[in-house]
Structures are given as structure tokens and as C-alpha cells.
Ligand binder design. Structure first.
Ligand SMILES: O=C([O-])C(=O)C[C@H](O)[C@@H](O)C(=O)[O-]
Ligand SMILES: [Mg+2]
Length: 431
């Protein structure tokens, strides 16, 4: 059968990442991803982008034989085979020790869902090419022609501490610490991309400074929906104090306090809707939230660790059933991930918020034609078959070369922060 999958290629890549601050520490100079290419016997190739840390590369290597001889249409068999080959291994907290669990995608406990997602999108790309239809049509059709994203702001240093990396030029964003600098950061991002909503990554500086930045943003961008996300780095008491200081400012309040219990304690005292990508990250946690009466009102989905585009559509149905909202989380990524997010978000009528994206923080690309273009803060949903983007082989080789030379094999925001402050523990909640 010429349609049968005969080869899976996984290429780890690295691209420059600015010194962005968060609750766990600070971004390293290079972010890792991996590019998946699934090739059929007749030479057709479906592509995708996912995490690039070593445990993920190991899981992908373990699971690749599952695809041998499979039709690109047979997603259910792929899922069964991957689940059989990739054990859930340790839980996220065992893996991360005391470090804050910022990115559920880096947890090995999510390996099965992450690998299924990695293969599913590439197989959907193949399906779309075979059917002559964009992925969004395979998902039921577009509920919108363009998907809005938000301006995702970070407190940041002007330069990385690693001065020996001569190949790393300072990024154009400059320092982002004071309220004035954060307004300038937002202005630059909005001028360049047209975003209408603003998210501030918090949990990095003392809360008073972060509140001051939010109030400055609210004043500078009246009417713009605003969110703040300290990644559970605040106690319940601090979370309540902050939400009071930001009264009337927030569209939603993302992961202020640790754990579902912490979130429930905040929800009991505040009427601002709580959102999460930390405590509802799979169906079991979804059920836990429902059992508690839904203290979390908005789930930030992420197909990379929820198990793919179709699973995220199911998540959307569940959210609708329980009268919960749906938004979209991101990590440092390039255009293939962004395109998959766009197809998915376009296919989910219930996803009514502007999605998160780290895209403006990256300056490189792996797809042909270079950086994707936002219009008025949104990305148009591709109408060409499959994902609608193709790999640029030269760019892939260059980004793989970065990977070979960057020396980073696992994201380590905590270790990077210890270069600045050896006493930094990363223990949560810090404030
Ligand atoms: O919404 C979130 O929690 C994130 O985007 C998690 C990320 O890891 C973010 O904190 C980052 O990139 O530093
Ligand atoms: Mg978050």
C-alpha cells in the first residue's frame, strides 16, 4: 500500500530565546523544539512541531515504530500503539522536584498524550494533503476565518548573562522591568502585530511591581482585555490582595495560587474568573475541578500535551457542558505549532478568547516563506491542503545545527536563574 507510513523522522532544533523572567526562573538563550516528518511509502510527507527536551525525544523514538505500515487515516490505531509503547513513567512532580511546574508539556507524565499529539497533527497534515482539504475542514470546518492572539508580555533583562555566547545578539526588546518599560513593550508588540488583548507573565518580581505594571497597562490601553499569570507563585492571601488591587482590570486571573485547593480558596473570595494551564491539564484534573464546583472557570488548552487537535475539541465540548470557558496556552514555539493552533482554534466555536502565543519572542522560522504574518492581531486560517505550511530544509538544517552546538538538552529556567542568583530556590509560592 503506497499510502502506508514507512518512515518517521524527528529532528531536534534550537532557536534564540530572550531572557524572559517567570516564576521558575528565566529563559535560557536557546529554546528547544523538535520537528516531526512522517513519510508514506509513496514519498508524501506530513509534518509537525513539538517539544524538544530529551525525555520527549526518547519517547518519540520509542513510539516511532508504532507508525510503521499504518495508514495516515488510522489515528485510533496510532493512539493505541503509542499508549502501549510509551509508559507514563514518573509523575510531573517527581520529574521536576521542587521546581515550579510551569509547562505541563515538559512533564514526562504526559508523554503518551504528547507523543499522540505529535503524530496526530503530522498524520492530519497527510490526510489533508490526500483529501485536498485544510486541517480545519477535517476538524469540522472553520467557525472563524482568522484566529485572534494576545500580546504576551514578559518582564525581562536586556541581555542574557551568558556573555561567552558571542553568537547571541541582544534582542530588540530591551529591558522590561519598570511599568514604563512594560507599556513600551506592549506598545511595540501591538504596533507590530495588532494584538487586542494583553497577557502579563507575572510571579517573577515582587507583586507590588507587577500590579503597578498592570495598572499602567490598563491606563495605556483602555478597553483592552487584560490577564495576569503568576504561575501559582502567590499565596492565597497575596492572590486575593492582588485581585483586589486589580479590581475592574482583569478579563481573567490565570493560576494565581498553587494547586486546585489554592485556586478554590481564591475563587471563594473573588468573583474574577480563574483560568489555568496548571491545575486542569488532563481529564482527571478536569473531573477534580468539576467535583469542587468548578473554581476554575476557564481552561487554557494546549493540543501539544492534551493529546492532539481532536482531544482538544472534546475538551471544548466538556467545557461547554460545564459552562466553562476555553482559551489557549503556549510555550516558546515556531510556525508549525502556531499553524496547528490556528486550525484548531478556528474549528472550536467555544474558544472565545484571544489565544496565547510566544511567537513574537522568537525571530527565527523553520517554514518556507519565513515568519508568519499577523493581520490585526489575528492569523488567517490556511485554506491550502493539510497544515498549509512546509518545512524549509535549509532552515531546518540551520536550526538543527543550533541544537547540536547550543549545549542545552532540557529546559532549565531554574538552573539559568541560579547563574544570576545562586541562592534562588524556585520554590513556590514565593510571595
Ligand atoms: O501560561 C503559562 O503558564 C505559560 O506560558 C508557561 C510558560 O512556560 C511561560 O511561563 C514561559 O515561557 O516562561
Ligand atoms: Mg499560564
Amino acid at each position: 500500500m503506497t499510502l502506508a507510513i514507512r518512515h518517521v523522522r524527528v529532528t531536534p532544533i534550537a532557536f534564540r530565546d530572550p531572557p524572559l523572567l517567570n516564576a521558575a526562573g528565566i529563559h535560557e538563550p536557546w529554546a528547544l523544539r523538535s520537528i516531526i516528518e512522517i513519510e508514506t511509502a509513496c514519498g508524501r510527507v506530513g509534518i509537525n512541531e513539538t517539544y524538544g527536551d530529551l525525555p520527549m525525544l526518547d519517547a518519540l523514538a520509542k513510539a516511532a515504530p508504532a507508525l510503521q505500515g499504518l495508514s495516515p487515516w488510522d489515528l485510533n490505531t496510532m493512539e493505541d500503539r503509542v499508549a502501549a509503547l510509551v509508559s507514563p513513567a514518573k509523575t510531573g512532580s517527581e520529574f521536576l522536584g521542587e521546581q515550579i511546574s510551569l509547562a505541563p508539556g515538559t512533564h514526562v507524565s504526559k508523554n503518551v498524550a504528547k507523543v499522540i499529539s505529535a503524530f496526530e497533527v503530522a498524520m492530519l497534515d497527510l490526510q489533508g494533503q490526500l483529501a485536498g482539504a485544510p486541517i480545519v475542514d477535517l476538524l469540522g470546518g472553520a467557525a472563524r476565518d482568522a484566529v485572534p492572539f494576545s500580546a504576551y508580555l514578559f518582564f525581562k533583562h536586556a541581555e542574557h548573562i551568558d556573555k561567552t555566547r558571542t553568537e547571541y545578539l541582544p534582542d530588540p526588546w530591551g529591558e522590561g522591568i519598570t511599568p514604563e518599560q512594560m507599556v513600551a513593550q506592549a506598545r511595540r508588540m501591538i504596533d507590530q502585530y495588532g494584538f487586542k488583548s494583553i497577557k502579563l507573565k507575572a510571579g517573577a518580581l515582587p507583586p507590588e511591581q507587577e500590579v503597578a505594571a498592570m495598572l499602567a497597562l490598563a491606563q495605556a490601553f483602555p478597553g483592552a482585555p487584560l490577564r495576569i499569570d503568576p504561575n501559582a507563585n502567590w499565596t492565597v492571601a497575596t492572590s486575593l490582595k492582588v485581585v483586589e488591587q486589580l479590581r475592574g482590570v482583569l478579563e481573567y486571573y490565570e493560576d494565581p495560587a498553587p494547586g486546585l485547593d489554592g485556586m478554590a480558596a481564591v475563587a471563594r473570595e473573588s468573583d474574577v474568573p480563574l483560568a489555568t494551564n496548571m491545575v486542569v491539564t488532563d481529564y482527571k484534573e478536569f473531573a477534580d475541578n468539576v467535583r469542587l464546583g468548578c473554581p476554575v472557570r476557564i481552561v487554557l488548552s494546549d493540543h501539544h500535551y492534551w493529546g492532539g487537535l481532536r482531544t482538544t475539541q472534546q475538551l471544548a465540548c466538556l467545557c461547554q457542558t460545564f459552562d466553562m470557558g476555553l482559551s489557549m496556552h503556549s510555550n516558546s514555539h515556531l510556525g508549525i505549532s502556531l499553524t496547528a493552533m490556528t486550525h484548531l482554534a478556528a474549528s472550536v466555536p467555544h474558544l472565545a478568547y484571544a489565544c496565547d502565543t510566544h511567537y513574537p519572542w522568537q525571530d527565527d522560522e523553520v517554514v518556507q516563506g519565513g515568519r508568519l504574518k499577523f493581520e490585526d492581531g489575528s492569523l488567517r486560517v490556511p485554506r491550502t491542503p493539510g497544515l498549509g505550511v512546509q518545512i524549509d530544509p535549509e532552515a531546518l538544517a540551520r536550526l538543527h545545527d543550533n541544537y547540536q552546538h547550543c549545549g542545552i538538552r532540557n529546559r532549565d529556567d531554574l538552573g539559568q536563574m541560579r547563574k544570576y542568583d545562586p541562592t534562588f530556590t524556585g520554590k513556590q509560592p514565593r510571595y
